[in-house]
Design a protein around this ligand. Sequence first.
Ligand SMILES: Nc1ncnc2c1ncn2[C@@H]1O[C@H](COP(=O)(O)OP(=O)(O)OP(=O)(O)O)[C@@H](O)[C@H]1O
Length: 206
Amino acid sequence: MSGEGQVGGIEASGLAARRGGRIVFADLSFSLAAGGALRITGPNGVGKSTLLRLCAGLLAPAAGTIAFDPPPGRPPLGYLAEAAALDGERPLAQALGFWARMDGLSHPDARVAAALADVALADLATVPVRLLSTGQRRRAAFARVIAGGAFLWLLDEPTNGLDAAASARLEVLVERHLEAGGMAIVATHLPLRLPAMRTFAFGTPL
Ligand SMILES: Nc1ncnc2c1ncn2[C@@H]1O[C@H](COP(=O)(O)OP(=O)(O)OP(=O)(O)O)[C@@H](O)[C@H]1O
């Protein structure tokens, strides 16, 4: 798992996943240490989101193991999934503040304000979530991950709906996270320009 001098990591070995009674992928292994990132790519339906769900612990592997060794003192993982799970009726900052409190974060309002500034949504802090555009909603969901301060970011198609400037900003924010000793696993069809990122390309669906 994590080598000498490194703090935290994840190692998957011989993983297989089953969805709806069907094996989606089998015999998949990878390891990632603090400061590293893995980009998961491949055709639709090959199992990218499924792999993230396995890493998040939301789905049990059909075979194989995942050893996750987060460093102490910070939340282990933040997960950017398809749905943002933000209350549409609440102003954006409040909707994010709700999760920051649920996650037991210290200084939740300050964290949310900083995360909104990171994703260039500070001006919309008082606007109800339901009025946000698709791309703004995606950025809001990413702000939730940033505010969470977790070690491992699991990002499922994070650039979906983002314009070029927002995609470039996302790359910078992921890089900042890695430089601060975090890790990221990103399922995406798009290239991401990150020096510490390796790519794992799934083949054709089983
Ligand atoms: N809840 C579910 N029940 C049954 N089968 C599912 C379920 N979720 C996903 N699958 C199936 O598992 C396979 C992998 O799905 P997954 O969403 O992981 O693919 P993906 O690589 O992320 O695809 P995409 O590029 O379209 O996002 C697909 O064949 C899909 O139909």
